[in-house]
Design a protein around this ligand. Sequence first.
Ligand code: B12
Length: 342
Amino acid sequence: MTGNVSKDSKGSIHCKYENFQREDKLMTDVTDMKDFLSIGELASMTGVGVHTLRVWEKRYGSPCSQRLPSGHRRYPREEVPRLRAIASALESGYRASKVVRASMEELQRMIGLQPFIEAKSETQSAGQAELMSQEMLIESWVRSVHSYDDDALLSGFHEQWGRHGALNFVVNFAAPLLERLGRGWETGELTVSHEHFASECMVSFLSEKWRQMNIRKQGPTVLIATLPGEAYSLGILMCAVVTSVTRFKVIYLGRDNPLEDIVNAAKNYKPEVIAMSISHTFSPATAESLLFKIRSEVSPKTLMVTGGKGSPCGIPEVSYLTDFDKYYDFLIDLDQEEDLKV
Ligand code: B12
């Protein structure tokens, strides 16, 4: 919390000047402006319209803004996750009067204990409940990232992994968390260190998990690697986790491999598949020429699959897969093929 904002025992956010008349809520100290957002920024980060934000403030006193000497509103950044949760609650059928003043904890409690009394149909509410609780959970992880609380973050990962299983964890929790961190970084809500901190927690969690599952496996093999020059490793870690859920054994080369090492490993260990993750940092032309080279040097019996934001598609004999659900199906189908059966 900044000097001008505080939380009460319920976790509701208050600003220092909120009991004063509007003209007294002037922000004169603008030294910490990065902690505040304009109404337009708040609207675009939360999906709650500018007009609605003004109406809510007038009607419910929340979200509470402070005024610049020019009269423009400024909102504490801490309002972003709460307003996102409010937007989800409204979509699920709750009334504004019930949720606009609620704290994050109250919103979470509402969803946990009293799901969607006002929602339209049972199936719709079940789906929305799941989506909403997933979003809230990710917001709670983001709060742990804000406070560099690795115990909370890792125990949250363990809990969801145990509850939903490896594949669902990757698709529905790990990937959306990374997207959310990216948005937070982009808007200035999170710093580079927050992103590094969260990535490190995710890297160590996923590494430990896939390695446990890969121990003493005898199945057909998948060689997992990235192209030379790759800085990102979370894609291949998720790939290793999903591979480990199947009968396939992982040979993990990690990131940033010289091309000839990938080719040599493939020649020596004859994997059924080479799987690669290619981040946005690659230009399509570079990624394409590297993949062509590997494809031409590795046995045609070895299948190649790629994914990730920087992955080109349409390369002959290299399958581009958009997500890990498809990758999982691909491995399961491959495992059914006669010549892979032991
Ligand atoms: C984690 C992260 C980092 C970590 C990486 C840690 C690690 N060990 O990998 C660290 C901290 C190192 C980092 C650093 C930086 N980052 Co960064 N980072 C991210 C973040 C949050 C997640 C990236 C990630 O790993 N995503 C997971 C991958 C795998 O997702 P994906 O490519 O979309 O792939 C999906 C699917 O295609 C599929 N998939 C992926 N691979 C594969 C493979 C197979 C086989 C299959 C089937 C499927 C599949 O799964 C994914 C999930 O659905 C993104 C935010 C974002 N929205 O992406 C920013 C982001 C990529 N980073 C960004 C930036 C700017 C940086 C830095 C420049 C910041 C800085 N100033 O230091 C540096 C540059 C690093 C470098 N040398 O290039 C920007 C890039 C903007 C741009 N377009 O240029 C982003 C988009 C954040 C943002 N919104 O601004 N970053």
